[in-house]
Design a protein around this ligand. Sequence first.
Ligand SMILES: [Zn+2]
Length: 113
Amino acid sequence: MTGQDVCSFSVLMPSPYKSKPYPLSNYVDRRVLMSVTCRYCKRRHNYLPADLIEVFGDVDADSVALRFKCDGCNSGGTLDVDTFTPQGKEAVGLRIRRLVSVKIKRVPVWKEE
Ligand SMILES: [Zn+2]
């Protein structure tokens, strides 16, 4: 076996840490909330999976972190997403960020005639 063979073999190896996609719809109806926390400014919001589906579609739960932008420090890529089921004391007075509406941005497209 040459050095080159070893190299091409390792490139074809599947990534060991990437698990199967886990769509957000798996969390709906299970009283699971998703918390999104900014590592930078520590701002945290709790969301209902159903609201996130409304915005992003039924995407992989892991990918939610990449789709959000922190509205505290306006940075992207610094967010941690966790799922949890509020119980007992934790559930009392827990604030959940609900989706009010989705604004569609109108972008004009021009053409010279
Ligand atoms: Zn932040």
